[in-house]
Design a protein around this ligand. Structure first.
Ligand SMILES: [Zn+2]
Length: 435
């Protein structure tokens, strides 16, 4: 999957999953439900809304079989268009938005903003009102302009203060003469209805804004990548590339997880704190035991899932903070990862990351084996540390887990930055996990 195509296509978690599904299907992964009949040495994927789990079953499941798991998230901070978004000010139709996750507010101003998401609708001829969904991406550009410096004296000295309730109304169209007087309620819903098949009725929508500028190479030697959504599409891409390129293992199951809602804490039906991964692993373990009809009942491998999980390993892959050349004081001096110098092991004594002694040690050995440079990040003691899906998955399932990532700058900005070589290293590392 071409990396920049993926970055430019995956503009909402639904689009991330759609792009991943297409990639898996094109590479002979079969879409399947939970508790389906998984065959040995085959590739499958299971979807749940904005999340997807892909896996390669082993040639033979036995009592020493393990899971080798890579985890990433499909979502990113954004502005979601509110259920009743329509407003009008100064002769312009505006859309109220609701903040999702923790975007870097100022970066959303004066950008070309696309809009995309999922629509729920019914066909008007359908008497049973069966709900259908449509993935869509609008082809127009919206804008959240900031105040001119002349109207915000002192902004350059005091810094720009953004109030998300006041400042995040997106300008989406100029009011025509007729629409000024017309009831402006549901103007945006009417615009969304145009995306539906003829005669369909829009029932609800989940639509968000995104940075419409395509990803670019940057730096004098093209050594960097500038794009929206690098956190965490970069990790999704590395994992997808690795599992597609892998072969089924002798006895281990290779699992690639892409979870929605990490940016808002993961406790959702499809998030990393849900029962989604546990259900998939349960199905794999139990059905693999059942799929050797020639083996007598008492000879079948019946290791309980909990002990299989305790022997397994998960890489929780999310982006890491590279040292900022203008603000080196923000990093712990001995643990400041550099752009382009290899992937980052993230540890935290307060356990905001899942890395522990043995999972970190396993990662170090994996990097040695794959000849991948490794840097270590810890947060300064006088600053709070972020988190990932790693601690959630590790605590819920008892899988030894290590948190790692590619170093980047401007995390959670609408435009982020990373190094090309670190992404190549990450793909190599996940390939080594699955090899
Ligand atoms: Zn992230």
């Amino acid at each position: 999957m071409e990396f920049f195509d993926f970055l430019n296509t995956a503009v909402t978690p639904y689009h991330t999953v759609d792009a991943l599904k297409s990639f898996f299907k094109a590479n002979s992964f079969a879409e399947i439900g939970l508790a389906a009949n998984y065959e040995p040495a085959k590739a499958y994927f299971v979807c749940r809304e904005g999340s997807v789990i892909a896996f390669r079953t082993p040639k033979q499941w036995c009592d020493t079989s393990k899971f080798r798991i890579a985890l990433a998230h499909t979502d990113f901070p954004t502005l979601k268009i509110s259920p009743n978004p329509d407003g009008m000010n100064a002769g312009v139709c505006t859309l109220h938005t609701e903040v999702y996750g923790s975007p870097l507010y100022t970066s959303w101003l004066d950008r070309d903003l696309g809009y995309a998401g999922m629509l729920a609708y019914v066909d008007s001829a359908d008497k049973s009102n069966t709900l259908k969904t449509k993935l869509f991406r609008g082809d127009k550009l919206f804008r959240i302009p900031q105040l001119a410096v002349h109207l915000n004296r002192g902004v350059n000295q005091d810094g720009l203060k953004v109030n998300p309730q006041v400042d995040f109304n997106a300008l989406w169209t100029g009011a025509s003469g007729s629409s000024v007087s017309e009831n402006r309620k549901n103007l945006f819903v009417k615009a969304l209805e145009k995306e539906l098949p003829e005669g369909a009725r829009l029932i609800d929508f989940d639509v968000q804004l995104f940075d419409a500028q395509p990803a670019n190479r940057g730096g004098f030697n093209d050594e960097w990548i500038y794009s929206g959504r690098l956190d965490n599409l970069s990790s999704c891409h590395a994992i997808a590339e690795a599992i597609v390129g892998a072969k089924s293992a002798e006895s281990d199951c290779l699992v690639a997880c892409f979870f929605n809602n990490e940016e808002v804490g993961s406790t959702t039906r499809e998030g990393a704190a849900s029962n989604f991964l546990k259900s998939v692993l349960d199905s794999i373990a139990s059905l693999q035991n059942d799929c050797h009809p020639g083996v007598r009942e008492h000879d079948r491998a019946q290791a309980p899932l909990s002990s299989t999980l305790a022997e397994s390993i998960a890489l929780s892959i999310d982006m890491a903070h590279a040292e900022h050349p203008n603000h080196t004081e923000k990093h712990e001096p001995n643990h400041a990862p550099l752009l382009g110098k290899g992937i980052v092991l993230k540890t935290n004594s307060q356990k905001r990351y899942a890395s522990d002694l043995m999972s970190s040690a396993q990662l170090r050995l994996l990097c040695e084996k794959a000849k991948i440079p490794l840097q270590v990040f810890i947060m300064r003691n006088d600053m709070p540390c972020g988190s990932t899906v790693g601690p959630t998955v590790s605590a819920n399932l008892g899988i030894p887990t290590v948190d790692i990532g590619e170093p980047m700058l401007s995390m959670h900005s609408i435009r982020e930055m990373m190094a090309t070589s670190d992404h190549a290293d990450m793909i190599k590392l996940v390939e080594a996990l699955f090899c």
